[in-house]
Design a protein around this ligand. Structure first.
Ligand code: HPA
Ligand code: ZN
Length: 337
C-alpha cells in the first residue's frame, strides 16, 4: 500500500510556498543574507516547532520568512519544493504564497513574483511538474492592504490562477474581504479561502464563503460536516475541499480520517494535501501514507482522494483528463488491485 501511494501520480492543491521552507534552507539563506536566526542548528530550530493551534504555528512561520530577501531566495524556495514534490510523483501543484508577509519587510512585489515564476518555468521544463500560483491575502491584515496587493498583481495576472485567504481566522471572517474577492473574480481569478479546523464561528465562515464570496473551493473546511445544509451545498456546487491531515493533527490530535471518510460517503470532493510540509514534517506522500494507516482506507478510496485533486484542480478540462487517464492507467497496472 505504501509503494502504491508513493508511486501514484498525484496533485497537491494546498501547500504554502513559505511553509516549504526547510530548516537547512533557512540556515543557508540566513548565512547568505547575514540574518540572525536565533538557533545554532537546523535540529534546534525543528525542536522549537511546538504547534498546538493556528496562532502558535503562525508566529514561527512568519518569523522564519525574514531569510527570504531577493529573487534568488524565492527561486530556491520554489525550486526546492517543486523538485521534492516531483520526487514524490506529484505532477501538478497549486502553490499559495503570502506577498504581504514579504512586502511588509521591504521586499518588492516583483522580486517575489519573478523568483517564483522562474523556478516554476524551470521545474516544468526540466522535470515536467506543472505549478500554478494562488496569491493569498493575510486575513489579519486590512481589506485595504489586500486590495493594494491585488492591484500590485495586475501586471502579473497571467502568472496567477487564483486568490486565497489565510493566516489568523479569529475575528477575520470571509465577509471582511468581500469587495477584494469580487474584484479578483472580475479580473478572471479563481477564489478560495481557508476555513481552518475548529475556528470560532466556523460554520458562519463556511456559509459566507459559499453565499457571499461564492468561492470555487474551500481550504480545510472539515467542520462543514457539522451542518447537513453546508455539506449538501458543497456537494451540489461540486466544490473541492483541500484537507491537510498532518496539519490537522496538531490541532485535533487525529488525521481526521473519520471526517475524510464521511466526506467520501457523502460524495463531497475531499482532497489530501500537505499545507506547510517543512513545519509539519510531512509532504504529500507522508500525509497519504499516514492517513491510509489511521483510517484503514482501501486502495480504491485512496485513488478517489487522489483523483479528486485532479478533478477540482484549476486546469482546463483536457488537462485534467490527461492527468486522470494517467492515474487510471497507473491504478489498472498496480499489483495491489
Ligand atoms: N491556515 C492559515 N494560515 C496559514 C496556514 C493555514 O493552514 N498555513 C500557512 N498559513
Ligand atoms: Zn493552509
Amino acid at each position: 500500500m505504501q509503494a502504491f501511494i508513493e508511486n501514484m501520480p498525484k496533485a497537491e492543491l494546498h501547500v504554502h510556498l513559505e511553509g516549504t521552507l526547510e530548516p537547512e534552507l533557512s540556515f543557508a539563506l540566513a548565512r547568505k543574507n547575514n540574518i540572525e536566526l536565533g538557533y545554532e542548528t537546523p535540529e534546534e530550530l525543528i525542536a522549537a516547532y511546538d504547534f498546538y493551534d493556528l496562532p502558535s504555528f503562525l508566529t514561527i512561520y512568519y518569523g522564519a520568512m525574514k531569510v527570504l530577501r531577493d529573487e534568488a531566495d524565492f527561486y530556491q524556495l520554489t525550486w526546492n519544493y517543486l523538485s521534492k514534490a516531483y520526487s514524490q510523483n506529484t505532477l501538478y501543484a497549486e502553490l499559495f504564497f503570502d506577498p504581504q508577509a514579504h512586502t511588509s519587510r521591504g521586499v518588492e512585489f516583483g522580486v517575489i513574483m519573478h523568483g517564483i515564476r522562474a523556478a516554476q518555468e524551470d521545474a516544468e521544463a526540466k522535470l515536467g511538474i506543472k505549478g500554478q500560483l494562488i496569491m493569498c491575502f493575510l486575513r489579519d491584515m486590512s481589506a485595504e492592504s489586500a486590495l493594494e496587493h491585488l492591484l500590485m498583481a495586475e501586471p502579473y495576472l497571467a502568472w496567477l490562477v487564483g486568490v486565497g485567504l489565510d493566516s489568523d481566522e479569529k475575528n477575520n471572517p470571509p465577509a471582511k474581504f468581500a469587495e477584494v474577492f469580487k474584484k479578483a473574480r472580475e479580473m478572471g481569478l479563481k477564489l478560495t479561502m481557508h476555513c481552518d479546523v475548529n475556528q470560532q464561528n466556523t460554520l458562519l465562515h463556511i456559509g459566507q464563503c459559499l453565499d457571499e464570496i461564492v468561492v470555487d473551493r474551500i481550504d480545510h473546511g472539515v467542520n462543514s460536516l457539522e451542518s447537513d445544509a453546508l455539506c449538501e451545498a458543497i456537494k451540489t456546487k461540486g466544490l473541492g475541499l483541500t484537507v491537510c491531515p498532518v496539519s490537522n493533527r496538531f490541532v485535533v490530535q487525529s488525521l481526521t480520517s473519520n471526517e475524510i471518510r464521511r466526506m467520501l460517503e457523502k460524495g463531497m470532493l475531499a482532497t489530501i494535501n500537505s499545507d506547510d510540509p517543512a513545519y509539519f514534517r510531512a509532504y504529500l506522500n507522508e500525509n497519504l501514507v499516514e492517513l491510509q494507516r489511521e483510517g484503514n482506507f482501501t486502495a480504491e478510496e485512496i485513488a478517489i482522494l487522489v483523483g479528486n485533486a485532479f478533478r477540482v484542480a484549476w486546469l482546463p478540462d483536457e488537462e485534467k483528463m490527461t492527468y486522470l487517464q494517467k492515474l487510471g492507467a497507473y491504478i489498472q497496472n498496480a499489483s495491489i488491485q
